[in-house]
Design a protein around this ligand. Structure first.
Ligand SMILES: *Cc1c(COP(=O)(O)O)cnc(C)c1O
Length: 349
């Protein structure tokens, strides 16, 4: 979902942005108007995430999936070794990609139980010579998240925040690189945001394609080539919306309320149950749940769709249902789902 006020603002500005007389979609990325938009997008993102000055902000393309290659290509600068935590399908893809360029050490994994928990990390297994340490902060498919960040000492921490960026407060200074595809919590598909500590820029492996080198984009202010202009504009509107409603702390509070409403129901229900093994690891954004009966799951998804609640089918690896309650989903949306689950439980017990 995107916030309704953001879509309305985009609609209002669709034919002419400010005094420009043209749509943002028609602007040259080299125009003064567009420079203003991308500068404001970065400035507001810096404010709402509390990004320190010694971090660079990039708006890229290629999706979060391109970062699976950009991270190793740019960060394998000394030992060419990296530590990864395997907490789901996205981590697995990142591991597979990094292993093409260097040595990957999987320090922990929850794969043996369909990634339904965040493994406890044993710092004795961390490689102090690693060029970086990699985690996926929120595991979209399985509904888990890291509630404690690993202490990696001097080894820079990389984080795929695609599915929980801007949903809760993070101390950016604890990370070397944070990246996220925009399409889950920031804007439309097509923009990939990366926040990079500046000392980590400029050490890319020799073979790194120009477009995959962070330095290329840092030096050109995300304008080495034509950036995804309209997508960045939409992200800017989302950042403005978030700032106006009180920033990430206010958003986090709403997200906690939303998630609590659903988890409280799941914990009390005789029919539905959450699939995450430990409460501590529960995601605020993605909540998978099952009835334990595939036919009932299918019936629930069908009944929900009739009531306008769509995209509730869980990933095939987990089954059942998954409620993705990203930032733009209001509390009322979650309450409506809980009401339907209550009714469904009475009718199908
Ligand atoms: C969706 C998702 C991705 C993939 O993003 P793309 O932009 O489609 O490449 C990567 N990581 C996580 C955690 C995701 O949720």
């Amino acid at each position: 979902m995107l916030p309704v006020p953001v879509l309305e603002r985009a609609q209002k500005e669709l034919l002419s942005y400010g005094s420009s007389g043209m749509s943002v979609m028609e602007m040259s990325h080299r125009s003064g108007h567009y420079q203003e938009i991308i500068d404001e997008a970065e400035q507001t993102l810096r404010e709402i995430m509390g990004i320190p000055d010694h971090y660079k902000v990039l708006f890229l393309q290629g999706g979060a999936s391109s970062q699976f290659a950009m991270i190793p290509l740019n960060l394998f600068r000394n030992s060419k070794k990296a530590d990864y935590v395997n907490t789901g399908a996205w981590s697995k893809k990142a591991i597979k990609e990094a292993a093409r360029y260097g040595k990957v050490n999987v320090v922990a994994s929850s794969e043996e139980s369909t990634f339904n928990y965040i493994p406890v990390l044993d710092p004795a297994k961390f490689d102090r010579e690693a060029d970086y340490f990699y985690i996926t902060t929120n595991n979209t498919i399985y509904g888990t998240r890291f509630t404690d960040l690993p202490d990696t000492g001097d080894v820079p921490l990389m984080a795929d925040m695609s599915s929980n960026i801007l949903s809760e407060v993070y101390d950016v200074s604890k990370f070397g690189v944070i990246f996220a595809g925009a399409q889950k919590n920031m804007g439309p598909a097509g923009v990939t945001m990366a926040v990079i500590r500046e000392d980590l820029v400029g050490h890319a492996m020799e073979m790194t394609p120009t477009m995959f080198n962070y330095k290329t984009h840092v030096e050109a202010g995300s304008m080495f080539n034509t950036p995804p202009t309209y997508g960045i504009y939409m992200c800017k509107l989302v950042f403005d919306w978030l700032k106006e409603m009180g920033g990430v702390p206010a958003m986090q509070k709403i997200n906690e309320e939303k998630a609590q409403a659903l988890y409280d129901f799941l914990d009390a229900s005789d029919l539905f149950s959450g699939t995450v093994a430990q409460k501590k690891d529960r995601s605020l954004m993605n909540i998978p749940f099952v009835t334990g009966d595939k036919a009932l799951d299918a019936q629930f998804i069908k009944e929900a769709a009739v009531k306008g609640m769509v995209n509730l089918k869980g990933h095939r690896s987990v089954g059942g249902m998954r409620a993705s309650i990203y930032n733009a989903m209001p509390l009322e949306g979650v309450q409506k789902l809980v009401d339907l689950m209550k009714q469904f439980e009475v009718e199908n017990k």
